[in-house]
Design a protein around this ligand. Sequence first.
Ligand code: NI
Length: 245
Amino acid sequence: MEWGKLRKAGLGLVLLWLLLATGPEEQHMAVGGEAQVELEEGGPPLVALTFDDGPREETTRPLLEGLALREVPATFFLVGERICGSETLIQDMAAGGHQIGVHTYSHIKLAGVSRTRYDWEIGSTRRELDKILGPGQWWLRPPYGILDQQIKSWADCPLVLWSVDPEDWKYRDADRVVDSIVSAAKDGDIILMHDSYPSSVEAALRVVDILKERGFCFVTVEQLMALRGEPVQRGVCIRALPPKN
Ligand code: NI
C-alpha cells in the first residue's frame, strides 16, 4: 500500500476507515471531502470507475472537472504514447486524487510478446509517469484484457481487469451505457470505461449521480482493495471484490 499516492484522496479514505470501525450513531460523516454518504451496516457499497486509453485533453479534461465537482475518485490507465504533451492534464489527474496506472506504451496485446517488448511497453510508460509525478507503482491494465501465464509471471503489480463492461467504445450512446452500468453495478465492482469519447464522459458522470443517490461510494481500485483488506499481490488478476453490501 503506497500511502503517499493516496494523499489527495487520503481524507476520504481515512474517514471511511473510521466509519467502518465506528458504531451506527456515528455513521453520518463526510466521505471524499464534502460528500455525505449514508452508511448501512458494514459501510456503503463500494464501486471503482476505471478509464482506459487516455489521456485526451478534449474528453479527459471535462471528465476530471465533472468528477471533481462530485468529489469522486477514479482510476485511469494511460497509454504511454499519449502522455507526451498531456503533462498538465496528468498532474491535474493526480492532484484530483485519482489512481493512475499503465495501459502499455502502444496499446499492444501483451499475450505472446517477448520479455524485452514487455519491459519496454511497461517500463517506458512508467518512466514517463515518474518524470511527471515522481516515482510510483503504476499498476497495469492489459489492453483488451488479454493475458497469458507468462505476462502474469512477469508482472510486478496487480493486473486490473473489470467486472462491468458497458462496451462504451462500441455504443457511443450515453443512455445505453448508463443503463448498462447502473443495471449491473453491485458492491465491489470494477467498471470499465474509456475517457476517449464525449458519450462516455457524459455517461460516467450520470452513473456517478445515479449510483451515489443509491448509496454507492466511489473509490479507486487501490482504495477498494485496501478497504476490503485485499492484499496487493504481483501478477494477480483483479476483476472485482466479493460483494459485502
Ligand atoms: Ni484499451
